[in-house]
Design a protein around this ligand. Structure first.
Ligand SMILES: Nc1ncnc2[nH]cnc12
Ligand SMILES: [Zn+2]
Length: 349
């Protein structure tokens, strides 16, 4: 079954490039860039891994994550970070990734947005040429910063949206007490300027289901990142299913950040049965102990989806991706090839 899960042409829609910073690369970059980490930062790879098993909640993780990213200084650092992720995801059978990054976390440290985007863009191109994967960049706004800061960030990123280098806008960082409606102007401003831009937002991770509803209604997003708390509103569940609004779920993240004690407590079977589309993602894999395939395996061992159910999940991921129709058709063909290869597994319901 693991081989079947590996070979499925998986799409990842929820991964923060800064969250793919493995401790080994973090220390390597700290040395390369002469960065002294704060004295309370874990001093070794082993100490990092121990710390990563003990996040109290989202904020506790974020406090560490923002310090971790301080080792990223040069264009090559951003390139190396993204390229490591693309190689790792490819080894897991991920064929298409839509990746978040947090420019404000770099610009506020004096790193020009151009340095960040150029490094990531070059990695996207190289991954496409060398690995055959397709990749899209989604810029996120940090919701703990004022919307005015978000508007400035949007203005500074306009050339990259114009050039098609950045494809989407997201909203991340501490969810409570920063509800989506604080960023209505930011989303509207970008969408007015670039009507083809794709919109998403983190919602319903720690915030309740109204964060999901308000992201849909006030920000006009077409996708929701996490969204697990949608389960508490029947009306919202029906809306998500009827309008095929995809949730980008991150099972291992939800355990590490204490949203649930175990993946088995997540409403994944409920979403599947209700026809709410979702994809399975790694969020911040360097911090949460697993990349995309590990997340698939965690879900499989808890929910025992049949191969047919898995192909449905993967098909929903392809359909919910922001790649063009030609690429989607290619990915559907890859999925059919896997179904043929594993036809002896596909006989049940
Ligand atoms: N899981 C998460 N939720 C909100 N913001 C994030 N930034 C990185 N990971 C995040
Ligand atoms: Zn996230």
């Amino acid at each position: 079954m693991t081989e079947f899960l590996r070979e499925l042409p998986k799409c990842e829609h929820h991964v923060h490039l800064e969250g793919t910073l493995e401790p080994s690369l973090l220390f390597q970059l700290a040395e390369r860039n002469n960065i002294t980490l704060p004295s309370n930062f874990p001093a070794s790879v082993a100490a990092c891994n121990e710390r990563y098993n003990n996040f109290a909640d989202l904020q506790d993780f974020l406090d560490h994550y923002y310090v971790g990213m301080s080792v990223l200084i040069k264009e090559d650092d951003f390139y190396d970070l993204a390229m490591e992720y693309f190689k790792r995801a490819h080894a897991d059978g991920c064929v298409h990734s839509e990746v978040f990054f947090d420019p404000q976390g770099h610009v506020e440290r004096g790193i020009p947005i151009h340095t960040v985007v150029s490094g990531f863009e070059r990695a996207c191109k190289d991954a496409n040429e060398k690995l055959g994967t397709t990749n899209k960049l989604i810029m996120c706004l940090l919701r703990h910063l004022p919307a005015a800061d978000g508007l400035q960030t949007i203005a500074s990123a306009a050339p990259y949206y114009q050039a098609g280098v950045i494809h989407g806008l997201g909203l991340d960082s501490a969810e409570k007490p920063f509800p989506p409606e604080l960023f209505t102007d930011c989303y509207k401003t970008l969408k007015d300027q670039f009507p083809h831009v794709n919109l998403t937002a983190h919602a319903g991770e720690e915030g309740d289901h109204t964060y999901v509803t308000n992201s849909l209604n006030k920000l006009n997003v077409t996708r929701i990142d996490h969204g697990v708390n949608s389960q508490h509103s029947d009306e919202l569940m029906a809306h998500l299913a009827e309008n095929q609004v995809m949730l980008s779920l991150c099972p291992m993240s939800n355990v590490k950040l204490q949203v649930v004690k175990d993946v088995s407590e997540l409403p994944i079977r409920k979403f599947l049965d209700a026809g709410v589309p979702f994809s399975i993602n790694s969020d911040d894999p360097a911090y949460f102990g697993g990349y995309i395939l590990d997340n698939y395996i965690h879900v499989h061992t808890r929910f025992g989806f049949t191969p047919k159910e898995w192909t449905k999940v993967v098909l929903n991921g392809i359909n919910g991706s922001w790649c063009d129709e030609h690429r989607k058709a290619e990915l559907r063909q890859k999925l059919q090839n896997v179904e043929t290869k594993f036809s002896d597994l596909m006989t049940d319901n």
